[in-house]
Design a protein around this ligand. Structure first.
Ligand SMILES: [Fe+2]
Length: 209
């Protein structure tokens, strides 16, 4: 029995703890969930979601990859290219994450983000192949933020994109991989507001090709 009401702050700490569990398992993605959550919140604000929905997008973004906890270490942390079979295993993480987060019944906006963040606007994503506006908005937002961070974060086995190159890639994929409005919104935030993060890696920081 709780001695005091369950606070929003407690929920945030619980979410941070879950995200930290994933970071502990997969150190090469350290900080990814937090950066994606920050970027997703910026988009949610700019696109005009109300405060409650912004909050749900932020939490969902924190947890978007939580299903990777269920992926074997040798696949999740494998440097270099994955085999087709290994990639098929990785692709299970949205459904595994959905199974974890859906234990909390009132979290449907968050579970949508966890399950659908790898769907594509053209319907060629996974796990369900949802298309266009059938993909929940929170997941369309997190898809852009996730891709930007994945492209700009250094990996030991490949060179990362500069932020400008990653934005160009998002622009190129607007309407195919990404919701065009969400992509445009993100590009506008990053370009016009000059929100380059000091910690964001430059191409020259990466020693490995
Ligand atoms: Fe993911």
């Amino acid at each position: 029995m709780l001695s005091q009401p369950f606070l929003l702050e407690d929920l945030h700490q619980l979410v941070d703890a879950l995200a930290a569990a994933l970071d502990a398992k997969s150190s090469y993605t350290l900080g990814h969930s937090e950066r994606v959550a920050d970027l997703a919140l910026l988009i949610a604000e700019r696109i005009g979601l109300n405060a409650e929905k912004q909050h749900l997008v932020h939490i969902g973004a924190h947890l978007h990859d939580i299903g990777k906890i269920g992926i074997p270490d040798e696949v999740l942390n494998k440097p270099g290219r994955l085999t087709e079979e290994q990639f098929a295993i990785i692709k299970q993480h949205p459904v595994i994450g959905y199974g974890i987060v859906s234990k909390v019944k009132s979290f449907s906006a968050i579970t949508d983000i966890v399950r659908f963040h790898h769907e594509r606007f053209d319907g060629k994503g996974y796990p369900d192949g949802l298309k266009g506006f059938k993909i929940p908005l929170g997941a369309r937002i997190v898809a852009v933020a996730d891709s930007f961070d994945a492209m700009t974060a250094p990996r030991i086995y490949r060179q990362c994109f500069t932020p400008a190159e990653a934005l160009e890639e998002i622009r190129r994929c607007r309407g195919t991989q990404f919701d065009p409005e969400v992509a445009d919104c993100f590009i506008a935030i990053m370009e016009k507001d000059d929100l380059w993060r000091p910690a964001m890696p430059a191409k020259t920081n990466v020693l490995f090709g």
